[in-house]
Design a protein around this ligand. Sequence first.
Ligand code: SF4
Length: 69
Amino acid sequence: MKIVVDLNRCQGYAQCAFLAPRVFELHGEEALLYTPQAPEDQRDRVRRAVAACPVQAILVEEEDRSDVR
Ligand code: SF4
C-alpha cells in the first residue's frame, strides 16, 4: 500500500508512530519520516494510524484492491 503524509498538515502528534512504528517514525518534535511503500503486513497498523491521526494527514492507497480510499 502506498502512503502519503501531508507534512504541512502533520502536527507531529506521533499517534501514527506509536501505532505503526515500522512505517512512521518521528525525529525530534515535528520531523516525521515514513515509508511511502508500506509492507502489506503493516496494513492493519497503517489503517489504525490513519484513523488515529488527529489532523487526517495520512492518505493511503491500496494497490491490489478495489477499495481505494
Ligand atoms: S499522527 Fe498525524 S499529525 Fe501525528 S505525526 Fe502522524 S501524521 Fe503527523
